[in-house]
Design a protein around this ligand. Structure first.
Ligand SMILES: Cc1cc2nc3c(=O)[nH]c(=O)nc-3n(C[C@H](O)[C@H](O)[C@H](O)COP(=O)(O)O)c2cc1C
Length: 214
């Protein structure tokens, strides 16, 4: 994304949060901090474990528009995720074009719900990971960075009363062409208000999941 100078050259064109930045050298990212501090327009779930246990994928979104301040927070949440060496080996593509969202349906195995109110594509960017390790290792770090970031956004969406569907079934080349990047996508996160609230899906027994090693 291109950057546009606005005092501190921090805003990509088409994504300009209406937030006043006050400089504080003790904060790791002023814009991120300000976005996350903005009070929500409605009550959010601040209990992390409640957010985790209630989350349920949604494939039917209502037409209700997602508020800009919620989108800001979902994106900012991704930026709080840990990354290998703090090199942030990922990028987020926020797809606003209705036409491109429609094209993404085909690029994602014809899954119609990809045309969601908010579509975020998380791409790997191993070139940002400046460790002196083999390329394969840097690629592994980048996919983990991108995946973690998307997971943080997914939880943030849930906390904000939204729902989402994680799309992993995608044609990398088609997605890259649509969004105009050489970076390989790892997931598409589709977000919106759910048409109906559903119960979370069951998981296996913890005793079958956890393997204790002494
Ligand atoms: C790596 C990964 C890939 C996924 N790919 C798709 C996908 O392409 N299409 C889809 O409809 N759901 C996809 N999902 C969503 C899962 O089907 C869903 O998370 C799973 O059924 C568990 O349901 P829950 O999220 O409600 O707990 C994917 C999830 C993950 C983590």
């Amino acid at each position: 994304m291109d950057s546009k100078a606005k005092g501190e050259k921090m805003y990509p064109i088409g994504y300009e949060p209406k937030i006043e930045i006050t400089e504080d050298p003790n904060v790791r990212n002023q814009l991120l901090n300000e976005i996350l501090k903005v009070s929500p327009s409605e009550v959010v779930d601040t209990d992390l474990f409640a957010v985790m246990t209630k989350r349920r994928s949604t494939r039917k979104f209502s037409d209700k528009i997602v508020e800009t301040e919620k989108i800001d927070k979902i994106i900012a949440a991704a930026d709080t995720a840990p990354t290998a060496g703090n090199y942030q080996g990922f990028e987020i593509f926020y797809v606003k074009s209705p036409e491109k969202k429609k094209q993404l349906i085909d690029a994602c195995n014809k899954q119609p719900y990809v045309n969601a109110p908010v579509v975020l594509i998380f791409c790997k960017n191993p070139s940002r990971v400046k460790f002196d390790f083999p390329e394969e290792v840097l690629k592994k770090f980048a996919i983990q960075d991108a995946t973690l970031a998307a997971a943080y956004s997914q939880l943030a969406a849930q906390a904000l009363g939204l729902s989402s569907i994680w799309i992993g079934m995608l044609d990398e080349k088609k997605v890259m062409k649509i969004i105009g990047t050489k970076l390989i996508p790892s997931s598409v996160l589709c977000i919106g208000y759910p048409e109906q609230q559903k119960y979370p899906k069951p998981r296996r027994n913890l005793k079958d999941l956890v393997h204790v090693v002494w």
